[in-house]
Design a protein around this ligand. Structure first.
Ligand code: PEP
Ligand code: MN
Length: 326
């Protein structure tokens, strides 16, 4: 109630709370269950805030509906499991309640979309996707979950009408980084944010490091820059259009060059065949990687990015040469 009374002063649309919490290992706080649903009814009544909870099985659906929860969400550990998603979707047949679907723990856009489609097939019409990042063994990004922005962008490309929400709390795992990821999400044209909040973060029973106080949340929200996708300014549009045409012609040149390179691969394949040589030569590939990395560095391009592209090009080149050998 303390959190709710503070958040009611802010311009938020939805109050989230974990009634049942999926924990990676047993022995941690797993939520207060049914009694907590009563607390949410109180939040709803007292502050006129719609409320949302995570549900992970059909029994949760029944209890949530009994307590007039406004919106349901599916957690990352549930989205990965089509059987589980299906049984929840079936429990929701004939009920029209908004459902938010978090991305699965692994970066698989089809699995994410598959869960969304199961709810659509059950007749749910109001669906949002929540990007909460992906598990990885090492956190090279310094975040709790790898953001892997390409995945939500691909989801939005396939389903432009879906509402896309970012959860910077679970991506970063650290309150200090919540604002920067929230801003990044807005800059990538996300429609909303889900942020964890606690009046006394150090004492939170789960995910303490990523909780922000209501005052910090207000600060984050007040400082977010909300940009627009389009502009009507003719001068800006003309400049953009000019740059885009230049870029399109560069892209055409890049593809023409790649085509030339692949033709060369074919000729090299023919030479290797004549002399009975192997297609793959580790030393030659190491040289290419070194030369490309140096050139990338000279242009202040990320070496990792260029090597990544070259791995794909080299792979295709090997495929072509193998087909020449055969
Ligand atoms: C949560 O939102 O508190 C949660 C458990 O998130 P996720 O399913 O993204 O891990
Ligand atoms: Mn959490």
């Amino acid at each position: 109630m303390e959190t709710a009374s503070a958040l009611a002063q802010l311009n938020i649309n939805l109050f989230r709370a974990g009634v049942w919490k999926p924990r990676t290992r047993p022995g941690h706080f797993e939520g207060n269950g049914i009694p907590a649903l009563e607390w949410l009814s109180e939040v709803r009544k007292t502050y006129n805030l719609p409320v949302t909870i995570e549900i992970a099985e059909p029994a949760h659906v029944d209890e949530a509906l009994k307590h007039n929860i406004d919106v349901l969400w599916i957690g990352a550990r549930t989205t990965v499991n089509p059987f589980q998603v299906q049984s929840i979707a079936e429990a929701l047949k004939g009920v029209n309640i908004p459902v938010m679907v978090k991305n699965p723990v692994n970066p698989d856009v089809d699995l994410w979309l598959g869960a969304i489609e199961r709810f659509e097939k059950s007749g749910i019409t109001d669906i949002a996707a929540i990007h909460r990042g992906f598990s990885g063994y090492s956190s090279a990004s310094g975040y709790r979950n790898q953001p892997n922005w390409l995945i939500p962008i691909e989801l939005k490309r396939r389903r432009p009408e879906l509402t896309l929400i970012c959860d910077p709390s679970h991506i970063t795992g650290k309150r200090e980084n919540v604002a920067e990821v929230a801003q990044k999400a807005l800059d990538m044209r996300f429609d909303g944010l889900m942020i964890e909040c606690h009046p006394n973060p150090e004492n939170a029973w789960s995910d303490a490091a990523q909780q922000v106080t209501p005052a910090e949340l207000k600060h984050i929200l007040d400082n977010l820059i909300v940009r627009k996708e389009f502009t009507n300014d003719m001068g800006t549009l003309a400049r953009l259009e000019y740059m885009r045409q230049l870029m399109d012609s560069l892209d055409a040149e890049i593809i023409d060059l790649i085509a030339k390179r692949m033709e060369m691969s074919e000729q090299i394949g023919a030479i290797k065949k004549e002399c009975n040589m192997t297609v793959y030569q580790p030393g030659r590939w190491r040289d290419i990687v070194n030369t490309c990395s140096l050139r990338a560095a000279k242009h202040s391009l990320s070496e990792e990015f260029i090597v990544d592209i070259y791995e794909k090009i080299h792979h295709e080149s090997i495929r072509i040469q193998l087909s020449v050998l055969e």
